[in-house]
Design a protein around this ligand. Structure first.
Ligand code: FES
Length: 103
């Protein structure tokens, strides 16, 4: 599976989520620094479709802004219940853009 170009890195705020549409997918892109890295997951919270790109990041998780379920940025597993999970995608930063391996 090839990588898909999602968004220019300079359009993403460090430490925040960015909403990105790619084809028929709605994604949340999270750019962190020190070291610089990126996480990509589906934007819709599995609880009630909250906007995960609008969530706060802390301790490697994103906090859904609607009811505060937290999801691990790497695995997508909910910290409240491992039965709730968001699909995550391998992401990378290359040539000034965020790329992801969308499955
Ligand atoms: S919609 Fe995300 S926690 Fe409820």
């Amino acid at each position: 599976m090839s990588m898909t170009k999602l968004i220019a890195v300079d359009r993403c705020q460090i430490g925040k989520g960015t909403f990105v549409v790619s084809g028929n997918r709605e994604l949340a892109v999270f750019l962190l620094d020190a070291p610089e890295r990126v996480f990509v997951m589906d934007n819709s919270c599995p609880h009630a479709s909250g906007n995960l790109s609008g969530g706060e990041i802390h301790n490697g998780t994103v906090d859904c802004p609607w009811h505060h379920w937290e999801f691990d940025l790497t695995s997508g597993i909910c910290t409240h219940s491992d039965r709730a999970r968001v699909t995550c995608y391998e992401g990378q930063i290359r040539d000034g853009y965020v790329w992801a391996k969308l499955t």
